[in-house]
Ligand binder design. Structure first.
Ligand code: ADP
Ligand code: ZN
Length: 215
């Protein structure tokens, strides 16, 4: 199955996609994680990418499409994949049709107060990219990754000014993808209206919707 999990920044895409990855046995691919890895490795490209990510802007389509294409060519994607954070522009969606056409789209419907609460308390593992929240998804030991033991950090772009910019970029550049896909593919909305809904509950809703869509 080739699945897109779509939603605004802070909608929980990454958290749900990580659980779905295990349940469905197909890899989760997050372009944000790939960009953060490139930034860590310090090169000319990494400087360019960092300037976009840290200001909350989209990395240009030419770069993003190349990065995604390379990732989807890997062997682990041969039985499908879960895209989380790609596509974010119509041009990226059109490029994806040529690389590997997705089967269905799940759109996370999340009110803005939930998004702000999620992003401002989010912690991530700089080593394995696991996602936590200071209040709603706490690690077992204070600010230490359950999976690999690294010290958790706040993402540089989870600061209030940058959050605002990311949200406005979503409204302008990414939201039009909802209408684009509604016309083209099996499409399902999944509601996530409270900040403290356990991730497993939302994942069950997503799985139910996938079945309703015939997959
Ligand atoms: P979120 O969904 O919470 O914004 P991500 O980790 O998916 O977080 O993305 C972080 C940043 O990486 C984005 O703000 C953007 O700068 C960059 N990025 C990720 N995916 C894409 C994409 N498909 N196109 C352009 N830029 C992207
Ligand atoms: Zn970790």
């Amino acid at each position: 199955m080739k699945l897109i999990i779509f939603g605004p920044p802070g909608s929980g895409k990454g958290t749900y996609a990580s659980i779905l990855e295990k349940k469905l046995g197909i890899p989760k691919i997050n372009t944000g994680d790939i960009f953060r890895e490139i930034i860590k490795r310090k090169s000319n490209l990494s400087k360019k990418i960092a300037s976009y990510v840290l200001s909350g802007k989209l990395v240009p389509d030419e770069i993003t499409i190349q990065v995604l294409k390379k990732r989807l060519a890997k062997k682990d994607c041969k039985n499908g994949f879960i895209l989380d954070g790609y596509p974010r522009t119509i041009q990226q969606a059109e490029a994806l049709e040529k690389i590997s056409s997705p089967d269905l789209i799940i759109n996370l419907v999340v009110p803005q107060n939930v998004i702000i609460a999620r992003l401002s308390g989010r912690l991530i593992c700089p080593n394995c990219n696991a996602i936590y929240h200071k209040i709603f998804l706490k690690p077992k030991n204070n600010e230490i990754c359950d999976k690999c033991g690294s010290k958790l950090i706040q993402r540089e772009d989870d600061k209030p000014e940058v959050i605002k910019e990311r949200f406005s970029v979503y409204q302008k550049q990414s939201k039009p993808l909802i209408d684009y896909y509604k016309k083209k593919k099996p499409f399902g909305n999944v509601k996530c209206n409270k900040v403290d809904i356990p991730p497993e509950v939302v994942v069950e809703r997503i799985l139910k919707k996938i079945k309703e869509l015939g997959f």
